[in-house]
Design a protein around this ligand. Structure first.
Ligand SMILES: N[C@@H](CCC(=O)N[C@@H](CS)C(=O)NCC(=O)O)C(=O)O
Length: 216
């Protein structure tokens, strides 16, 4: 499989974690966004329209003649190969609900990070995020994983967002004991642990050079 994305964690990090967890063989194509003031994206823009993608975007995944974009579609594609997309109608409802909910959560986080008014917006964002994370904490309850008995694709989105929010404001996670345990449980998965200890793992930056927060 070939995964294409900016050389940042961003939306691709959940996909990288899933590829590692499922032990898929993959390679990465990294695109670079240049420094201020131009934030040159030509490395990507030069190839964007000629890659055979129906809806050209980053991240993309190319495998066996399949060319996919959209983070959630890519996660589902990999997840289906490893029985990580639920079994029952109840599971599917929860997965659909969660990946959309997590997309809203990610979009809000990105809007904050990329805003020139980051410092002004931060306090209000933290308050809202506390409510959002509280809802996820309640949804998880005493379960080990969001849906079913073992990790599914939504756990990879959720873990990454929790880690990003812990970096933004440590108290956001510490407030919720079950989420602190959840993050530890995820990081203790043997393949995840090995990946995080390897030189393949990207700890930073979270965001592109143009962002106010997380670009270092
Ligand atoms: N809904 C899409 C959003 C993708 C997106 O916004 N990609 C950004 C980086 S996070 C980008 O730079 N895309 C390249 C482009 O628009 O040409 C997804 O989840 O994959």
């Amino acid at each position: 499989m070939e995964l294409g994305y900016w050389k940042i964690r961003g939306r691709a990090q959940s996909i990288r974690l899933l590829l590692e967890y499922t032990a898929e063989r993959y390679s990465e194509t990294f695109y670079q966004c240049g420094p201020a003031p131009d934030y040159d994206k030509s490395g990507w823009l030069q190839v964007k329209e000629s890659m055979g993608l129906d809806f050209p975007n980053l991240p993309y995944l190319i495998h066996d003649g399949n060319r996919l974009t959209q983070t959630n579609a890519i996660l589902r594609y990999i997840g289906r190969r490893h029985d990580m997309v639920g079994k029952t109608e109840e599971d599917h409802m929860r997965l659909d609900l969660l990946d959309n909910q997590l997309m809203d959560f990610r979009n809000g986080f990105s809007r904050l990070c990329y805003s020139a008014d980051f410092e002004k917006l931060r306090p209000e964002y933290i308050k809202t995020a506390l409510v959002t994370i509280g809802r996820f904490s309640k949804f998880l309850g005493e379960k080990d994983w969001l849906v079913g008995e073992k990790p599914t694709v939504v756990d990879f989105l959720f873990y990454e967002l929790l880690d990003c929010h812990r970096i933004l404001e440590a108290s956001l996670l510490k407030t919720f004991d079950n989420l602190v345990r959840y993050v530890k449980r995820f990081e203790d998965l043997p393949r995840i642990k090995a990946y995080m200890a390897s030189d393949r793992f990207m700890r930073a930056p979270l965001n592109n050079t143009i962002a106010t927060f997380g670009s270092e």
